[in-house]
Design a protein around this ligand. Structure first.
Ligand SMILES: [Zn+2]
Length: 281
């Protein structure tokens, strides 16, 4: 077995009943916010690059830029390519130096998802690149905000076999969590989560942590979730700040100041989340 830095960071958080905050960043203002908040909380963080960012013309530069910026910080900053379905993108991400990839085979039938994940793990982990997989399906749009209903839930029996055979470092589970906004009050299947936690040796991740009440997040983390993905709430802070700044006087807008305010707004959200995730001192 090759231990990856990704697995180490997640497993040590898990041992102390914390979760590693994982935040989608589309630009440098957001990256700066995440790093600043992580330094304040003395927390390791994972910076997520969305597949749409990575596919765009500047995608490789974005990853390399995030990696370089992350190296200049007092905390551990890992960069992960999120929700990728094609081997070619995973390979390109590896060439750019990502610390982890999320190999998303959740739309495939169980056996195909397992084969896909195992193949990615075989090629990535010996190179020190962590692999997260998804079993069950977390519904909703990753880059846009829309309401989503809960997808297919993770089956504990399947999760056990998947953990044994896939070689993944971390498993994203579907227990009633969704990407984007929750339609109605979110209700997680706690019994399912507890059963999966009890039977699985590896770190679990919870996607769609935006919009879950803090008590639910704390409970999920105490139930063994070691990685929490947040995107929607950062975008809300970004757009909320833009709206306030642009207002009627947008012709006199100072772009640098706007960037600083955006960074401040997002830093606040990230820091509050990290407190909830257990990084309190
Ligand atoms: Zn996700």
């Amino acid at each position: 077995m090759y231990e990856t830095r990704f697995a180490e960071v997640l497993n040590s958080a898990r041992e102390t009943r914390k979760a590693v905050g994982s935040f989608t960043c589309y630009n440098l203002e957001e990256l700066e916010a995440v790093i600043r908040a992580a330094e304040r909380r003395k927390a390791p963080v994972i910076v997520l690059v969305s597949p749409s960012s990575f596919r765009s013309a500047g995608g490789k530069r974005l990853v390399r830029g995030f990696k370089a910026a992350g190296a200049h910080s007092s905390v551990e900053v890992l960069v992960q390519l999120d929700h990728v379905t094609e081997r070619s993108s995973i390979e390109r991400a590896a060439e750019c130096g990502v610390d982890a990839v999320m190999a998303d085979g959740s739309k495939l039938p169980f056996r195909e998802n397992l084969a896909f994940t195992a193949e990615v793990a075989r090629s990535m982990r010996p190179r020190g690149i962590g692999v997260e997989a998804e079993l069950g399906r977390v519904e909703g749009q990753e880059d846009r905000t829309g309401e989503a209903l809960a997808g297919a839930m993770t089956e504990p029996d399947e999760a056990v076999e998947f953990a044994e055979k896939s070689g993944a470092d971390c498993l994203a589970i579907a227990v009633g969590n969704v990407h984007g906004n929750y339609s109605g009050t979110p209700s997680l299947d706690w019994e399912r989560l507890a059963e999966i936690r009890d039977r699985l040796p590896l770190a679990l991740s919870l996607h769609g942590a935006s919009g879950l009440p803090d008590d639910d997040l704390r409970r999920a983390i105490s139930c063994g979730v070691a990685k929490t993905n947040v995107n929607t709430e950062l975008r809300a802070a970004y757009f909320g700040c833009l709206e306030k700044e642009l207002g009627p006087a947008s012709e006199t807008l100072d772009l640098k100041r706007l960037g600083d305010h955006l960074t401040d707004a997002i830093t606040e959200v990230v820091e509050a989340k990290l407190r909830v995730f257990g990084w309190t001192d």
